[in-house]
Design a binder for this molecule. Sequence first.
Ligand SMILES: C[S@@+](CC[C@H](N)C(=O)[O-])C[C@H]1O[C@@H](n2cnc3c(N)ncnc32)[C@H](O)[C@@H]1O
Length: 494
Amino acid sequence: MEKRPFSGPKKRDDARRGKPDRPFDKARPKRRRDDDDRSDDGRPDKGEAGARARPLSTMPGVEARRAVLEILDRVNEGATLDDAIARTRPFEHLEGPDRGFARLLATVTLRRRGAIDHLLGTWLDRPLPKKSARVMDILRIAAAQLLILETPAHAAVATSVELANERGETAGYASLINAISRKISAAGVEAFQKIPARTDTPSWMWRAWERSYGPHGAKAIVEAHRGTPPLDLTFKPSENLEDWAARLTEAGQDAALLSPATLRLTKVSDVTALPGFEDGAWWVQDIAASLPVRLLGDVAGKSVFDLCAAPGGKTLQLAAAGATVTAVDKSPARMERVSENLLRTKLTANIVEDDALRFKPQEKADMILLDAPCTATGTIRRHPDIPWSKGETALTALAELQGKMIDHALRNLLKPGGLLVYCVCSLQREEGEAQAKAALARHENLERIAIMADEIGGYEKAVTRDGDLRTLPSMLGEKGGMDGFFAARFRWNG
Ligand SMILES: C[S@@+](CC[C@H](N)C(=O)[O-])C[C@H]1O[C@@H](n2cnc3c(N)ncnc32)[C@H](O)[C@@H]1O
């Protein structure tokens, strides 16, 4: 269970707004107004709460929760958790432990959002209206503190009520938030633990995984999503991993050798402070994400197009193995990160900021790695916003784009006899197995080159009957799991 001691506000006996420390029986929610009682902007029509502009609370601990609320707001609007954190001013202003707490609280709130909503639903006599999304988010972060982070109840409840009272649109719900938070604190943990893990997954995703991996497979995936993922470092081939394991252990880490090029750590709070970061000896990359490049075999001296390259984990891997890499990505901001990573690791690659579908080089490549944009459902452990931000519509559009990218790579970018590795960090068959099958059906000059288990460290379970790579978050479970990836290798005889 993820815990962080957090002092928050001291227990109070005063009679502040919302009176969070009143005995529970006196804090029954006032009858909620019906949706119809609310004006279009979501503020209560009656009473002074809607109109009053309030100064921001200075109660200890509220600032961090306010930042979390803003982060969740942005995620609701479609931002990824990482982008939301990067663009949230109140988060930037937080210091040290408060910053860590806010990041953790936002992460676990999203990771367990389905189960939290389920539990909250048992105490709400009807769902809150859509326009009260902020009230729901205050309840969610209160629940995450009480049920997952084991924040002292008085701190979780008081800060939530304080947050509600800061804004007109939520102040009318302060008593409800107070009462429900207290119920969670009194009786929630046991009920929460009984909620099945699949509740944290939208039903369309669950059904798709059940069809693809069977009920047991799907259950194992959603259970793997509950945990905190480890951090894997990929090292340059020139580095001695035993020495690095010793250095990292000396620095207080628990470095375990996972493959000849990967060390796994489980208690990192600041990646940039780890030994070897400044020297550029390694970069962060999940073990599963490091496998597709290995499928290209010996890349030394070969020209390789890394299509959809940013932030550059695979570019670095290719460059470190001696390939002449051209990294192509359409996002200038993400390409900036590729350049920074190359600089830090003292590796080189040609950088091309372009749409992969428009990219027309003077010369074709010996090999192509196409790490196509996808729903990224294989990385939910690291990006818990994905279940709530990616729908089936996105899946259809992405699958179409992936097919076009494969066709463009084969027809216009790859030398005859060249290798294409197509990969996605997705658990959806439409983006993986079905893409490989469809590409073979569309191109008679395309040949699948089956993957052998010994190319991926002998991990037989990750090789499909067709000879493709399929990893799941539930694999390598005893060592902390791995991201879900699909990869297929082809020779282009065009
Ligand atoms: C899965 S990420 C790539 C991860 C990267 N290969 C790595 O290992 O670090 C997908 C990337 O595709 C890029 N992308 C999306 N659509 C694109 C397009 N039409 N052309 C080029 N890049 C695109 C995104 O900007 C994103 O950086």
